[in-house]
Design a binder for this molecule. Structure first.
Ligand SMILES: [Zn+2]
Ligand SMILES: [Zn+2]
Length: 278
């Protein structure tokens, strides 16, 4: 929570001020874009679809890479993130929902971070604790976070000395963390308030293709709440879902299997089935 406030303050004041005084180089912007994609996919493919929902299986080293990339997003360890997220699905729109959207936009966006988690329940973490790679990532979460912040600093340092390092750290370290945090928050806030509900109306989840553009496909949230174990959030070929494309590519390369789908996306209530992962 303290770290979140620090990142917000540094982004709102420090990042624009530094840019105004010294400007940002092409490397800073490239690293910003690169780390936005890598850490964003670490959350959506690693933390969300792999760990929280087991929507596919993969070799241990691929899981470790995804969890390191997700850890660089500074959204807590996969163990804590996954337990919160499983609780979100189990108690959606209720008191125990960590990002309960019935409490308004700002609460579900980031306000929930500022209040104590009264409903934390160990039962949502039991399954996750059995995964040695999840526990490894949890144990080494702080060094993983620090390595993610050191990366843009070192790239900038090699490119432009100390000022280059600081400049790249500000934009691709601090600014990028703020951007990815907010893109994730949009799923909990916007995708539970505005948008269509073509698949189910049993909870407040909604589909927003616009949010999908920022979140690597996670904006099709009504579909996701209806079929949470599906490796796709946007089931149709034209849905913008880069997380689905990454999982399908891994499967094509033999690096992912047991991809779960809900079959025909228009067939409501169809049970999940497993397709061979190529
Ligand atoms: Zn949701
Ligand atoms: Zn989910």
């Amino acid at each position: 929570m303290f770290l979140f406030c620090l990142i917000v303050a540094a982004t709102v004041i420090g990042v624009p001020l530094f840019g105004y005084l010294y400007g940002y180089s092409r490397l800073d912007w490239t690293m910003f874009g690169l780390l936005y994609v890598v850490t964003g996919l670490g959350i959506t493919v690693g933390y969300h679809r792999l760990i929280s929902h087991r929507s596919f299986a993969c070799p241990g080293w691929v899981k470790a890479v995804l969890l390191i990339a997700g850890g660089w997003a500074l959204q807590n360890s996969a163990l804590k993130w996954g337990a919160d997220h499983i609780r979100h699905h189990a108690a959606c729109d209720q008191e125990a929902d960590p990002y309960n959207a019935t409490r308004g936009f700002w609460y579900s966006h980031c306000g929930w971070l500022l209040v104590g988690q009264r409903y934390t329940d160990e039962k949502y973490a039991v399954r996750l604790r059995q995964d040695p790679i999840v526990m490894w990532q949890h144990r080494y979460y702080v060094p993983i976070v620090l390595s993610g912040l050191a990366l843009p600093f070192l790239a900038g340092l090699l490119y432009g000395g100390w000022r280059g390092g600081l400049s790249c750290f500000m934009l691709a370290g601090i600014g990028r963390t703020f951007a990815v945090l907010n893109s994730t928050f949009c799923i909990n806030s916007i995708c539970h308030i505005w948008g269509r509900q073509p698949h189910s109306q049993t909870d407040s989840s909604r589909d927003s293709w616009l949010v999908s553009l920022l979140t690597f496909g996670e904006g099709y949230h009504n579909y996701h709440h209806t079929y949470p174990s599906d490796y796709r959030n946007g089931p149709r070929w034209y849905n913008f879902d880069p997380s689905k494309w990454l999982i399908a590519t891994l499967s094509f390369l033999g690096l992912a299997w047991s991809l779960r789908t809900a079959g025909d996306p228009t067939a409501k209530g169809s049970g999940l089935r497993t397709v061979s992962g190529g």
